[in-house]
Design a protein around this ligand. Structure first.
Ligand code: SF4
Ligand code: SF4
Length: 66
């Protein structure tokens, strides 16, 4: 099963409202963590089911799958 990975060169938290990762709300397993607004989010590979919903939720298309 492919897992979501974050392209840190594409992710720009300042592009998301209030610096809060917009893709987090789209993740059904709460696999995307962000310690503080404007921080780079982190994906928990054990929670990720590879559903690709985060890809559509990210304005920068920063998620990819391997
Ligand atoms: S991964 Fe996408 S949605 Fe999440 S903080 Fe980065 S740019 Fe925003
Ligand atoms: S692929 Fe699905 S489960 Fe994995 S981080 Fe993205 S939204 Fe969450």
């Amino acid at each position: 099963m492919p897992k979501a990975m974050l392209n840190v060169d594409k992710c720009q938290p300042e592009q998301c409202a209030n610096g809060v990762c917009a893709a987090r709300k789209d993740c059904p397993t709460k696999a995307i963590y962000q310690e503080e607004p404007l921080d780079m989010p982190v994906i928990d590979p054990f929670r990720c089911r590879g559903c690709t919903k985060c890809m559509n939720g990210c304005p920068m298309r920063a998620f990819y799958f391997v």
